[in-house]
Design a protein around this ligand. Structure first.
Ligand code: SF4
Length: 230
């Protein structure tokens, strides 16, 4: 792969693993909506963002470590690179709690692959500390997870070089947790595109005249459509 023009930040690999549309908004278009969760996350991060080297029990921690991969075209920071009992591995700090989407796992594995490229060694696992539950989760860098990082790195460069804005996700549970929802307007875009809006009962309803989900907003767009085409 040739990545001379663009290096994709590791944090954006997290966004891409969560939602390709989110990646394009944040990385390609530079859109970022601040809410209380985003600000709180930045404040919680201040400790590791300060950098430096500290001891934690039997481990040595190097904070805010700059890493990159020429092969994958990625660049960014590991919150912490920890060394303990002869093993060296990345540790990522997250405001929330463990989720089922694996986007945090992708980001951490991408960090490990960058570290491997820099050091020449192999890293089998890393850890994510979630502030909400105040515990670490172990992440094993399996062949499957590494393949997902490789695939997403290629996809990141495709989207960054004019791949367009992907459609909203069909996984509405992700949209409900997404800070970009007020900008993205996934329900409205689906409705205008005739994709359909999923109702409260989970049933997909089609195109113009469809109702469900956040009903007030849907009706608003329905009215607009009728006025515009009547
Ligand atoms: S609201 Fe949904 S479709 Fe839009 S960027 Fe967020 S996750 Fe993606």
């Amino acid at each position: 792969m040739e990545h001379e023009a663009v290096l994709v930040p590791l944090a954006m690999m997290n966004a891409l693993a969560y939602c390709p549309r989110r990646f394009v908004y944040e990385f390609v278009q530079g859109e970022m909506l601040l809410n209380e969760h985003v600000v709180e996350g930045s404040l919680l991060h201040e400790g590791v963002d300060a950098g430096g080297r500290v001891w934690r029990d039997e481990a040595v921690q190097e904070r805010r470590v700059y890493v990159w991969s020429e092969r994958l075209g990625l660049v960014g920071y590991c919150d912490v690179v920890e060394e303990c009992e002869g093993l060296r591995y990345p540790v990522e700090y997250k405001k929330g709690k463990p989720n089922r989407w694996r986007n945090d796992h992708v980001q951490l594995c991408a960090q490990a692959m960058c570290l491997e490229e820099r050091s020449g060694g192999s890293i089998g696992r890393g850890e994510i500390f979630y502030f909400s539950v105040r515990r670490r989760e172990e992440v094993v860098f399996s062949a499957e997870l590494r393949a997902e990082v490789e695939r997403l790195a290629v996809e990141a460069h495709r989207l960054a070089s004019g791949g367009g804005l992907p459609p909203p996700l069909e996984q509405r549970a992700k949209c409900r947790e997404c800070s970009l929802q007020p900008l993205c307007l996934p329900d409205e875009v689906r409705l205008l595109g005739g994709v359909g809006v999923e109702g409260r009962g989970g049933e997909a309803r089609g195109g113009r005249g469809g109702r469900g989900g956040e009903e007030g907003r849907v009706v608003l767009w329905e009215t607009w459509l009728e006025e515009g085409t009547g």
